[in-house]
Design a protein around this ligand. Structure first.
Ligand SMILES: NC(=O)c1ccc[n+]([C@@H]2O[C@H](COP(=O)([O-])OP(=O)(O)OC[C@H]3O[C@@H](n4cnc5c(N)ncnc54)[C@H](OP(=O)(O)O)[C@@H]3O)[C@@H](O)[C@H]2O)c1
Length: 423
């Protein structure tokens, strides 16, 4: 009891008085930066104001006074009045330097940059500890859905078993067009691009990288372990063809691009991003269009489901606003699964059951199936259902999108024997 009173007293000492205002140096004024500006205007009780905005192109027309904008990053980072940096740019390398410089200058940071975080989180966690400055980034994974903060605060115990989610809105929109409207992949992609849900170069979304980067961030908060993107498997939907769509339909299933994080036993977990067959009784079956959905499973509480907008200027801006107000109350991630638990070890020595459609037996041989349970062959194509090691998939990860094959996860994963190492 005494300890908790002491903790409370300590907290109230650290909490800023309500008259203090956060003075923000904003980097980036694109979709999310502008969204944040708008959301902040609609939230008059938030004690925060944007003092300066750093952008890349000084020639671009803006609908706010030019005096607000600068291309000089240093003028924000060195401004003593600015006590919070909000980083919302689209360049991961520049973002890394901005965030690192801000933390080193003792300024706390809010970021939405999943690519930057997925590559540098380990170092940025250490920097927060060294400098005392905080880094919040709930907008980086699933836009407006507060998954990270919930993993940190609510799922901060041993019970978490898995996270399974649709973390990318563009691909989900494409798959909705295919499975609900009967469009083919290229028409659905074109429509997604017309509506601004997919970039003109869509590979970041459709090859599963965006979902992987988000999953890596969630893993740090879910199981305490950082996994570099190169060590993890992502495979997307760009090779999805009519035979695969027909197969799913005949079985009463849908294909979704799903990020899977699964605890295997007390010591180990695995993760990957793959198109996945989803049954009608699964929560994510009905997540359609550009929405995201995340199922969190644990011992005793079973499955819980979070659903919402994973992208867009206003939804993502609202997540950034939530991090800004969290900083007002001195909130920081404690990285509880790293600080108070033994983080689980990542393993790729697991057997995953997959559907593989192929035309050449040479391609089939590349996968090293350990077991095949179903086979189909026609003159045009063949498919198999079988088990293979995740490490085998990682070894051909770069080659896979170039092959005339399509791969999808059936939902079954199991440890491979008693071993298990981080290969
Ligand atoms: N869009 C979404 O729905 C969404 C959702 C979740 C997370 N995010 C993340 O949020 C971040 C921003 O995304 P966005 O969609 O808003 O991007 P965006 O619309 O392309 O805007 C990018 C902005 O960054 C500025 N910029 C680029 N490099 C810069 C640099 N070195 N210094 C200063 N400013 C720089 C650009 O300046 P100019 O205006 O001069 O070109 C532009 O204002 C990304 O990390 C993205 O992954 C986006």
């Amino acid at each position: 009891m005494e300890t908790s009173i002491a903790t409370l007293n300590q907290k109230s000492v650290n909490t800023p008085s309500v008259s203090e205002t956060q003075v923000i140096g904003l980097f980036g004024f694109g979709t999310v930066g502008r969204g944040l500006y708008h959301v902040l205007e609609q939230s008059p009780t938030t004690k925060a104001r944007i003092k300066r905005v750093c952008i890349k192109n000084s020639e671009k027309e803006r609908d706010l006074p030019q005096s607000l904008f600068t291309t000089d990053a240093q003028s924000l980072l060195a401004d003593e009045e600015i006590n919070l940096i909000v980083e919302l740019i689209d360049n991961a390398t520049d973002a890394y330097h901005i965030v690192k410089s801000a933390l080193l200058a003792g300024k706390s940071v809010v970021s939405g940059n999943k690519t930057m975080l997925a590559h540098h989180l380990e170092e940025l966690i250490a920097l927060q500890q060294e400098t005392g400055a905080a880094l919040l980034y709930d907008a980086s994974a699933c836009g407006s859905i507060p998954v990270i903060r919930n993993l940190e605060e609510y799922y901060d115990n041993d019970l978490l078993l898995s996270i399974k989610g649709i973390l990318n809105g563009s691909t989900n929109y494409i798959l909705s067009r295919i499975f609900t409207d009967g469009q083919n992949y290229s028409d659905a992609l074109k429509r997604a691009q017309e509506l601004g849900f997919a970039e003109s170069n869509p590979s970041f979304d459709v090859e599963g990288l965006d979902a992987l980067y988000k999953l890596i961030i969630l893993t740090v908060h879910g199981f305490g372990t950082y996994v570099h993107p190169q060590q993890a498997f992502n495979y997307g939907i760009s090779n999805l063809g009519q035979p695969d769509i027909r197969y799913a339909r005949e079985k009463g299933l849908k294909l979704k691009l799903v990020a899977t994080l699964a605890k295997l036993n007390k010591e180990r977990f695995t993760l990957f991003v793959m198109p996945t067959f989803v049954k009608p009784d699964e929560y994510i079956y009905n997540v359609e269009e550009e929405y995201n959905g995340v199922v969190i499973e644990g011992a005793f509480y079973e499955k819980q489901f979070m659903f919402g907008k994973g992208a867009g200027g206003f939804p993502t801006g609202s997540a950034v606003l939530s991090d800004i107000t969290a900083r007002f109350h001195d909130y920081r991630y404690e990285y509880k699964k790293r600080s108070y638990f033994s983080p689980l070890a990542y393993t790729t020595n697991v057997l995953v059951e997959v559907y593989l459609r192929y035309t050449s037996p040479v391609d089939l041989d590349l996968f090293g199936f350990t077991e095949i349970s179903e086979k189909y062959s026609s003159r045009e194509y063949s498919w198999v259902i079988g088990k293979l090691r995740l490490s085998s998939l990682i070894s051909i990860k770069e080659l896979l999108p170039k092959l005339n094959v399509f791969l999808a996860f059936t939902g079954n994963v199991e440890p491979n024997g008693t071993g298990g190492n981080n290969e």
